[in-house]
Design a protein around this ligand. Structure first.
Ligand code: BV8
Length: 267
């Protein structure tokens, strides 16, 4: 069920009136680029991995038990990321950031993403908080030394550093603490935001799933753009069911008209 024009207009009006917008994205924003989400069944083409539960593989226990399997999984996910491009949802968020930070204030927009694929940055988003890390940087488990993925060779698995330590992606696995710097930036943004948008996330992974409630407690208006309903759907002020790659461009076009026709982000 696609959102009605009045819901699109309501969110557009909130964006035009907002002084500080915080957006939280999840795997659903990258789905239209062709990347599998965590909880949707993988396409047949991913049969190799569809028998594995990401929740089981994205853990330090899985890596310690079977570093080859987990390293192969992340290498496979990286090749998928390299094969796809940002979609109109990523592009719309990058345009929205430019428009808000140029027309309101440098801190008027913060994008907190749970995704590790780097597609927001490839679309031009700059104020990105990678809450769960990135697949594009790996580190030696012995020395902690970080290496960009492009400088790693995956001739054999698992991958070892020059020091002989196992290499792992710089992502946050279940049971691991989130990066303090990312949490601090996210916390400060939630403190000052007056519009919080949750986009393409099942709102099931903590502590990110609680950000909407925190923003609401701080007085922000809240919106959700998601294909399916989530535990947060009943809490939000504006719920827009559907694909983020379709809805976000529609909302931005309406906000542009409301803002007096100034092109959003194209200026
Ligand atoms: C931690 C990186 C503490 C790796 C990921 C309470 C408080 C704190 C922790 C917990 C808590 N309760 C439980 C916990 C533990 C755990 C947790 O939350 N478990 C859940 C499952 C119950 N949390 C943690 O372990 C976190 N750590 O809190 O540490 C601590 C403190 C000190 C010392 C030690 C420990 C760490 C969590 C991070 C885990 N890492 N990713 C990787 O990517 O491989 S999480 C990973 O899964 C993603 O990053 C993402 O966050 C999550 C998947 O969620 P989504 O992004 O929402 O994706 P999903 O597939 O679920 O949903 C997609 C949605 O999109 C769907 O709703 C769908 O309808 C929609 N959609 C699809 N297509 C579209 C669309 N929407 C719009 N348009 C479309 N086209």
């Amino acid at each position: 069920m696609a959102p009605g024009p009045e819901q699109l207009d309501r969110l557009a009006a909130c964006i035009v009136e907002a002084r500080n917008v915080v957006v939280l994205t999840g795997a659903g924003v990258s789905a239209e680029s062709g990347l599998a989400t965590f909880r949707d069944p993988s396409e047949a083409g991913d049969a190799l991995w569809s028998r594995y539960d990401p929740m089981e593989l994205a853990t330090i226990g899985a890596f310690e038990r079977d570093p080859e399997l987990v390293t192969r999984w992340y290498h496979w996910r990286f090749t998928k990321c390299a094969d796809v491009d940002p979609n109109p949802g990523h592009d719309a968020l990058a345009r929205l950031e430019r428009w808000l930070t140029e027309s309101k204030s440098p801190e008027a927009f913060t994008l907190i993403t749970q995704n590790i694929d780097g597609l927001h940055q490839r679309a031009g988003s700059v104020r990105v908080v990678e809450l769960h890390g990135t697949i594009h940087t790996w580190r030696c488990t012995e020395t902690g030394k970080e290496t960009p993925l492009r400088d790693l060779s995956f001739g054999s698995f698992p991958v070892r550093s020059g020091d002989g330590g196992l290499m792992r992606p710089c992502v946050v696995w279940f049971g691991e603490a989130l990066p303090e710097a990312a949490l601090a930036i996210a916390g400060a943004a939630l403190e000052r935001c007056d519009l919080f948008m949750s986009i393409g996330t099942s709102a099931t992974v903590q502590p990110a799933a609680s950000f909407l409630r925190i923003a609401k407690h701080n007085g922000a208006r809240t919106a959700e753009i998601n294909r399916d309903s989530t535990p947060n759907t009943a809490e939000v002020d504006i719920a827009l069911p559907g694909a983020s790659g379709e809805i976000l461009p529609l909302v931005l076009a309406r906000a542009e008209r409301l803002a007096g026709g100034d092109p959003i982000g194209d200026t």
